[in-house]
Design a protein around this ligand. Structure first.
Ligand code: ADP
Length: 490
């Protein structure tokens, strides 16, 4: 166990191939993709670069496991026990898995240990408990008929995930799919395949039958698109950008796949003058800078009441100056690098746009160091609603502060975006809090808190931030088909 001053050692990389039908195999093309540690820009390993041929093999394995393996006949309680066993194995290896997350994604080891891995384990245990509680209803139809519903697994599911919470996204996707008895072909993000592959190994060790979980690392337009277009895949669950979701929706149209999307955001974080300002400042800071700003629900539009504006800016600026940016394997580090060069370049472009548009850059505004994709915690004040930095998802440590003066104005401004993932409000006035919670068009509203997640609480977007919900019972239902059976009684 590392103490607060230690640098944690790098993990051993064990799995670098495709995982198909319980076998570890190279991509059929023989191609590989590079895994780069974002803090040093060094290539740490090569991973199989799957494409349509590997996806096809994986879908066949998943279909076979769905149709005729022990999985479809398994007692639901035993299925739940296997998911719990996987959670137990993850818990045993949680330090190693945290280190893998830090190597792959660049996130601070203390975050991987305190947030990612505990949430992975909790999510799997939550869904394990659902496995034997999936049931239908009896329906009082007219006539002498007995009618009832059954809830059946949707079938073979394609799951495409991003790089910002690589292992947590695996848990969000595998948990409900396994609990319902679906089989899985997962494509992890090309930037971060290592944790997902390790989790697949642990799933096998837990006794989840071969073919139930298949993992094909690869790029979006090749492996990802092949999964979306594959005629034998019943559903796609995707987390990523809305532009990719539009592409996926078009590609999935031919086979009318079930789709669930969890997409981006430009979430408003509204701070009233009657708020506990220390708590609000800390919440706004955490809500934006956590995970290097690489959260779909990041509170990237901070609306502050004009009466408390100066005090809030001062508090957030002070926290930014204190923030420890550096080696993510150091237990003291609070902010690591962005995930890759492309994200780094995009963020730097937005920082330039912010400066050019006349917003005041109060802290940061530059890269940090010469090596690695580090960006200083950046705070823009005096931001106007029509500036690019107030409209576009930046996905980096760049906060935009906007000022408001009254309740009526703020709802319209908060809703003036095509996104609708999350929102927060800070106030001691319960009426105001509920007014905002009712009026803001967002899938999650936090009151006097930010980024409070729970496996039981549904998460997803209004408008172009998503379709359907993950987590909770709602997340489970997205992996079920309803079958109505009607029996003539005479
Ligand atoms: P990000 O900017 O977070 O990388 P993306 O939406 O580009 O967001 O990527 C999220 C996931 O979607 C990744 O696993 C990526 O490989 C995959 N992806 C990208 N393009 C496509 C596509 N055309 N079809 C299917 N998956 C895709």
């Amino acid at each position: 166990m590392a103490t607060a001053t230690e640098t944690v050692s790098r993990p051993t990389i064990r799995q670098t191939s495709c995982f198909i039908g319980g076998e570890w195999t190279p991509a059929e093309s023989g191609r590989t993709l590079e895994c780069i540690h974002p803090a040093t820009e060094e290539v740490v390993t090569q991973v199989a670069e799957g494409d349509a041929a590997d996806i096809d093999r994986a879908v066949q394995a998943a279909r076979q496991a769905f149709e005729d393996s022990e999985w479809s006949r398994m007692d639901a309680r035993d299925r739940g026990a296997l998911i719990n066993k996987l959670a137990d194995l993850i818990e045993e290896e949680s330090d190693e898995l945290s280190a893998l997350e830090t190597l792959d994604n660049g996130k601070p080891i203390r975050d991987a240990r305190a947030a990612d891995l505990p949430l992975v384990i909790d999510c799997l245990r939550y869904y394990a408990g659902f496995a034997d509680k999936i049931q239908g209803e009896t329906i009082p139809v007219r006539g002498n008929f007995f009618s009832y519903t059954k809830r059946e697994p949707v079938g073979v599911v394609g799951q495409i995930i991003p790089w910002n919470f690589p292992q947590l996204m695996v848990a969000w996707k595998w948990g409900p799919a396994l609990a319902t008895g679906c089989t899985i072909v997962m494509k992890p993000a090309e930037q971060t395949p290592l944790g997902c592959l390790r989790l697949a190994r642990l799933a096998q060790k837990a006794g989840i039958p071969d073919g139930v979980i298949n993992v094909v690392p690869g790029y979006g337009p090749t492996a990802g698109a092949a999964l979306v277009k594959h005629p034998d895949v019943d559903k796609i669950a995707f987390t990523g950008e809305h532009l990719t979701a539009q592409r996926i929706m078009a590609d999935a149209a031919l086979s009318l796949k079930r789709l669930t999307f969890e997409l981006g955001g430009k979430s408003p974080n509204i701070i009233f003058d009657d708020a506990d300002l220390d708590a609000a400042a800390a919440g706004a800071h955490f809500g934006l800078y956590f995970n290097q700003g690489q959260c779909c629900c990041a509170g990237s539009r901070v609306f502050v009441h004009e009466r408390v504006h100066d005090a809030l800016i001062e508090k957030i600026a002070a926290m930014n100056h204190e923030r420890q940016v550096g080696d993510p394997f150091d237990m003291n580090t609070e902010q690591g690098p962005q995930v890759d060069q492309a994200q780094f370049d995009k963020i730097m472009k937005y920082i330039d746009l912010g400066k050019q548009s006349g917003a005041e850059c109060v802290t940061g505004g530059d890269r940090s160091g010469d090596v690695g994709y580090f960006v200083q915690p950046t705070l823009f004040d005096g931001v106007k609603d029509d500036m690019e930095i107030a409209k576009d998802e930046i996905f980096g440590p760049v906060m935009s502060v906007l000022t408001f003066s009254d309740l009526d104005e703020i709802v319209d401004r908060a809703n003036n975006t095509f996104y609708g993932l999350a929102a927060a409000v800070w106030t001691r006035d319960i009426g105001k809090a509920h007014h905002i919670a009712n009026k803001v068009r967002a899938g999650t509203v936090w009151v006097n808190c930010y980024d409070v997640f729970d496996a039981a609480a549904p998460f997803g977007g209004f408008k172009m931030s998503g379709m359907g919900r993950e987590l909770g019972f709602e997340g489970l239902k997205a992996y079920l088909e309803t079958k109505t059976v009607t029996v003539a009684m005479d």
